[in-house]
Design a protein around this ligand. Structure first.
Ligand SMILES: Nc1nc2c(ncn2[C@@H]2O[C@H](COP(=O)(O)OP(=O)(O)OP(=O)(O)O)[C@@H](O)[C@H]2O)c(=O)[nH]1
Ligand SMILES: [Mg+2]
Length: 198
């Protein structure tokens, strides 16, 4: 999809004061640490290192904004709740994410990313409770689907659908779900105008 192929880094913010001015509608990527949020942004935009991914949980510590070619923005957020999270770390995450959620009137929807092998952890349930009052569209991506057996795939889809109706199996390795996710997310953004650059 054209709009996802022209992504460019805009800003990296460690606190609310550093968020860029509101502009195009934003799609935020949220989920536990290490589930593949940054990798999903790279897969969707067809870029290998637009968002930094890493084997080490906690790679993304700031809120990172990426503009799409035609009127949209992807926002990579730090992950929450890896193993025994220090209270201070959790407070920092919650502070940053809640100031993001509460300050962006241009937020168009949230991609909730979960590891397909461990979906709907208590921390994910907490995130969904947190998001509920905002009444935003939510797309769930079950990442690392390349690691599942066929039976596991069906089970995890059914389990997640009980809570979140919009869900896709996704893999930034096999690229499963990438095009479907692009098509879904494009519906949250304004139609590209016929005058815009190709
Ligand atoms: N097999 C497989 N590995 C993946 C996939 N997506 C991400 N990974 C790996 O999982 C690890 C974490 O990926 P990231 O994209 O950095 O995860 P993140 O959610 O951004 O992590 P934080 O920034 O720490 O919150 C990396 O080693 C990735 O290569 C996938 O679809 N399949
Ligand atoms: Mg990350």
């Amino acid at each position: 999809m054209q709009i996802f192929s022209q992504a460019a880094f805009v800003a990296s913010a460690g606190q609310r004061a550093e968020f860029p001015p509101e502009g195009p509608p934003e799609i935020a990527f949220m989920g536990r640490s290490n589930v593949g949020k940054s990798s999903a942004i790279n897969a969707l935009t067809g870029r290998r290192r637009l968002a930094f991914s890493s084997k080490t949980p906690g790679r993304t510590q700031t809120v990172n904004f990426f503009d799409l070619g035609q009127g949209g923005r992807l926002v990579d957020l730090p992950g929450y709740g890896y193993a025994k999270v220090a209270k201070t770390e959790r407070a920092k995450w919650e502070g940053l994410v809640s100031s993001y959620l509460n300050s962006r009137s241009t937020l168009a929807g949230v991609v909730v990313i979960m590891d397909a092998r461990h979906p709907m952890t208590p921390q994910d349930a907490r995130l969904l409770e947190w998001l509920a009052p905002f009444k935003l569209p939510i797309l769930a991506l079950l990442t690392k689907a390349d690691k599942l057996t066929r039976a596991e795939r069906n089970a995890v889809l059914a389990q997640t659908r009980r809570v979140l109706p919009e869900v896709l199996l996704f893999s930034s390795v096999s690229r499963e779900g990438v095009e479907e996710a692009r098509e879904h997310l494009a519906r949250w953004l304004p139609e590209p105008s016929s005058h815009s650059r190709k």
